[in-house]
Ligand binder design. Sequence first.
Ligand code: SF4
Length: 805
Amino acid sequence: MDANRRDLLKSAAMAAAGSMVAGDAAFSLPVIQPDGDGLSWNKAPCRFCGTGCHVQVGVEDGRVVAIAGDKAADVNKGLLCVKGYHVGGILYGKDRLTQPLLRKDGQLTPISWDEAIETIAQRIFDAPDQFAFYGSGQWTIPEGYAAQKLMKGGLGNNHIDPNARLCMASAVTGFLATYGVDEPAGCYQDLDECDVLIMWGNNPAEMHPVLFSRVIDRRSRGEQVRIIDIGTRRTRTTDAANDYLEMQPHGDVAIALGIMHLLIENGTYDKDFVDTHCNFRGDEAEGATLFGEPITEEEFRERIAKYTPERVEELSGVPADKIRMLADLFGRRDIRITSLWCMGMNQHTMGTAINSLVHGVHLLSGHFGRPGDAPTSLTGQPSACGTVREVGTLAHALPGGRLVAKPEHRAQCEEMWNLREGSINGKPGYHTVKMFEQFTKPTAEGGDITTMFVQVTNPGQTLPNLNKLFNSKEGLEDKFLIVSDVYPTATTELADLILPAAMWVEKNGVYGNSERRTQQWFKMVDPPGEARDDTWMTIAIAHKLYEMGFAGMADRNGDFIFAVRDENGEEIPVWDFDRYYDTNVDKHLFEEYRQFTTMKHKNLAPYDEYVKARGLRWPVVEQADGSWRETRFRFSGFDDPFVAEGQEFDFYHSSSKDGRAQIWFHEYQPPPEMPDEEYPLWLCTGRVLEHWHTGTMTRRLGPLNRAMPTAYVEMHAEDAKAANIRQGETVLIESRRGVAELPVWIDGRGRPPRGTIFVPFFDETKLINNCTLEAHDPFSKQPDYKKCAVRVVKKSASNVAGSTS
Ligand code: SF4
């Protein structure tokens, strides 16, 4: 990778941003019904968020021309949000990548697919241990599974990690620490049945609008649902809330501890539930681990005694009487309480701790396992659960909940993949932040990743502290960045080789949403130009290595590890793209992957069952009559097929091996960086309704881009006034790490309190991640994008907003 490439290309990116809106005439909102209109209609999950709404896709003359909400889908019952209604248009931005491009003498030059695949395979062949694969919660399940098998099975290299490390890794570690197994026990039905809905640093009105509308709809029908918003700024969710509890950053940890303190002190915890189904857990005194050590209930009481409402008020800024209000609600047996969270709790240097503590609040109070009583984390990406958490595309994981560090798990995978014993490396690979540090550090200084393949994600915009990684670097001439994507992005700017990818309904796919629902769709239209499937790219690279004699690409019988055979046992050359769709490669990979899913009771049904359904929630088990039954509520005897008959609950993957969940104590710790005289404001980053993540798709949609054309900085009016900053004025956001230039929005959609600003990260022309902090949770390795210290500087003067001087 050339030194200073980002600097050189920044101006080009700014120009490109203005020209990438889709041709509006090419795509229209549905004005037709999915019957009798002459179009060809088929189902697919929405391409965007982890809610997993289903859409009906209308195709005419080889183009997607209409989108309708799918009334048959349980998730959304025909409703979509503004992004979903426009999802078809993401295929038709004017600047789709349509041919492989290799950087030669600084210029991106078209090359053939053969040359691209050979180039990648040769680099891997020459230094297989120095290759890293960076993927995504937008990978389909077969894409992630293929990448996982290539790396961990074929190369014996665990340097594979997904962008979901940046958004939900702390949820994973929270579930593991509490239940011994990942992913929510409940489902979206909890939203239909709760009496109280608590948002922990979450803004579902914008980020998961269809889910939030389920609750608002209940209210409109006269049902009483109390909505409590705990956050660091007012949002559109706050507008609908009965109670808004404004907390200081990291205050959520203190609030959860305060609720548990009061449940114990008032004797309102659920003693029967705790005695029968829970243990207490705490960190080891030294060398804390994810699973901690057992503590007695007495020790738990002693440790939590200091988190009185008054102490919690000091730490969190939330008044003591509001902490009592929350504890009183959790102390009631006659109501059902659902907690929701997403990045607010996950992007947190105490991410594992706060996830575990919120589970603990629900377990201690017995608000668990009945419809409406649930601690539920949401995901931002459509298959963060399916592809990352279930397939296990994290640097430490193997498919179906297995771990690379466990010899028996490696042996199981080697057996199922028919690989030679010892093929899988037992050492976890680099997690995301470390992987990019190693890639952007000169090889001579220990940067031992020299080739990186990025699929379906945009780390050049989303990684924290981007300046440190990508700008003003010397000595990186031997580094080589490969990026597969559909549009030019902040990451393709940095790439040495760009591969044009097929997207969404241009290929077959399977996603797994936030409620354990696995969803399938078929290819409906062709991709433009020479764009191809990401799964095909992975198989083609693997086969080129096989041809070159790379031992790991052959199984024990000497067969190609991705061999796909027809009904007569003849191998289909799916590495040749002209033959790729001779069969359904997704189905072959899914059926292979499905064998891995039974160990952690994440059982999946055969592929064809998903063809018929609008998704099924795992575990899915076969019934006596041959039908397949999904599970809505895990660990609960009334619904979970793995709970023995007659048992009310069974945490069958308990880390204490006794069928019990763990109620954790974690000590409050301050944030990694706090405002001071020099940098007097908190910076929080996040998303907006109109744009999905880095905006690479939604900024190509005219209606959405016109509705939200630029990122901005939300400021409190008093902070702005004190610095003589006016509405709309462009300011500099400065941190110890970098600068971003943004227009000011006072009393905008979000309203931060004095001392806090908020900036969305969707805009590649205003990279707020130049300012953010790479500090991360010790267990999940997820960075904290929600709090760091900054100052706001007028471009024309020296006024610094929020300054006390
Ligand atoms: S809520 Fe999410 S999945 Fe549903 S339509 Fe909107 S973006 Fe798509």
